[in-house]
Write a protein that binds this ligand. Structure first.
Ligand SMILES: [Zn+2]
Length: 405
């Protein structure tokens, strides 16, 4: 009986909260953040805009910066028991706007056409941060007695790799949480896994000679060709992932070698991009790579090669049956009347740091999606979808943090 009352009370509370969502206010918030450029490395101004809105909603926050021009904000709603703690995470930085001639609107004009608002960062991912902030603001406004706590981290530096953003906050103990959600665009479907990436360069060295005297020369491009074939045939000891499929190898994504048509090349450089899946770490990849090179050298002792590591981003995954996935799924069903898709996605995001730190984190659960041109021209988000996201986030917070009623 008590459960039923509790559910009814919660339902009423949610309806009361949803009636208080003001579309104009959400639009103004979106306009403010979208008219403030925040290309990675220059997030200071947009952070100030988020701070203004946090003040408006009376939400407590701290600013923590690894470098002055790229601050991070952590906002809090603290409940009586503080546990469990739900972490919402989103990045304030964007990729550059690119070729202005290819935009039909000003990328920082926050132009509105019908239900769409346009701008760099509209879907990736300032709108999710707006929705998370408004959701927290509403709970604050109604003084909802939370059991646990909510943290929202507004981070810098996600697009270049997260060193000054999520990774910095995590290493310094700011992001302790029971579970988390990264609000990357997913049309409010639930992305529970993403691939990882391992990028490196190989440099082969040879002996240059006149092209007429190849017997005395060592052709560095020819040696690289052998390595490229061997590397593209590498096999990894990992089972196919149900959502992400197999690891992939792009061998020789760029290649450079030789100085003239009649000189045997004594140097060749090639880059490689390998996409991993959960269960295959970057260390595993390098082990297989070194073994492959060793075997090639056995066959051809003239191969002289060095490896230059460029970038590593591990694959990550939150379990399908984890509590946070269940809360997100139930919320979409309740609020939007549809069953969300449970998906994997190929690009990596900040969720990898959180999942690897033992905080089960949904990789993407936010408004907008690939069809909204993230990183492209005329990026946009649907305003009504941002409002849906506010409602869904309110519901997730109530479920994940708990309410004392
Ligand atoms: Zn993003």
């Amino acid at each position: 009986m008590k459960m039923i009352n509790m559910n009814n009370d919660l339902k009423e509370l949610k309806e009361k909260i949803f009636r208080e969502i003001k579309r104009d206010e959400v639009v103004n918030f979106l306009k403010d953040v979208l008219s403030t450029p925040s290309v990675s490395g220059n997030e200071l101004e947009v952070a100030k805009v988020f701070e203004e809105w946090l003040k408006k909603y009376n939400i407590k926050y701290d600013v923590v910066a690894a470098r002055k021009e790229s601050p991070n904000i952590i906002a809090y709603l603290e409940g009586e028991e503080k546990q469990p703690t739900l972490l919402f995470n989103g990045h304030m930085d964007t990729v550059p706007e690119g070729d202005l001639d290819k935009w039909s609107v000003d990328p920082y004009g926050a132009v509105i056409k019908d239900d769409r608002i346009y701008g760099r960062g509209a879907t990736d991912m300032k709108s999710a941060l707006v929705a998370m902030t408004v959701a927290a603001g509403l709970l604050n406004y109604f003084e909802v007695p939370l059991k646990g706590s909510l943290k929202i981290s507004y981070v810098s530096d996600e697009e270049p790799g997260g060193e000054y953003g999520t990774l910095f906050l995590l290493k310094n103990g700011y992001l302790d949480a029971t579970y988390g959600i990264v609000g990357e665009p997913s049309h409010l479907d639930i992305v529970i896994a993403h691939k990882g990436v391992v990028r490196f360069k190989l440099i082969t060295k040879g002996v240059a000679k006149h092209a007429a005297y190849v017997e005395e020369a060592v052709n560095a491009v020819e040696k690289m060709a052998k390595l490229i074939v061997a590397i593209s045939n590498m096999k990894f000891d990992v089972e196919e992932h149900p959502l992400l499929g197999h690891p992939t190898i792009c061998a020789g994504s760029t290649i450079k070698g030789g100085t003239a048509i009649n000189i045997v090349p004594d140097r060749c450089e090639a880059t490689f991009d390998i996409r991993t899946i959960p269960g295959l770490s970057s260390d595993d990849v390098y082990r297989v790579l070194e073994e492959t090179i060793r075997k090639e050298k056995e066959k051809d002792p003239e191969i002289d090669v060095t490896i230059e590591k460029i970038l590593v981003g591990e694959a990550s995954e939150v379990k399908r049956d984890s509590a946070i996935v269940r809360f997100a799924e139930e919320s979409v069903i309740e609020i939007l009347n549809r069953k969300p898709k449970i998906m994997g996605c190929l690009p990596a995001c900040d969720a990898r740091f959180l999942n690897h730190a033992g905080i089960p984190t949904i990789c993407a659960f936010g408004p907008g999606g690939d069809d909204c041109n993230p990183h492209g021209y005329d990026e946009f988000v649907s305003i009504s979808e941002v409002i849906d996201a506010i409602k869904v986030y309110v519901s997730v917070i109530l479920k994940a943090v708990g309410v004392k009623m």
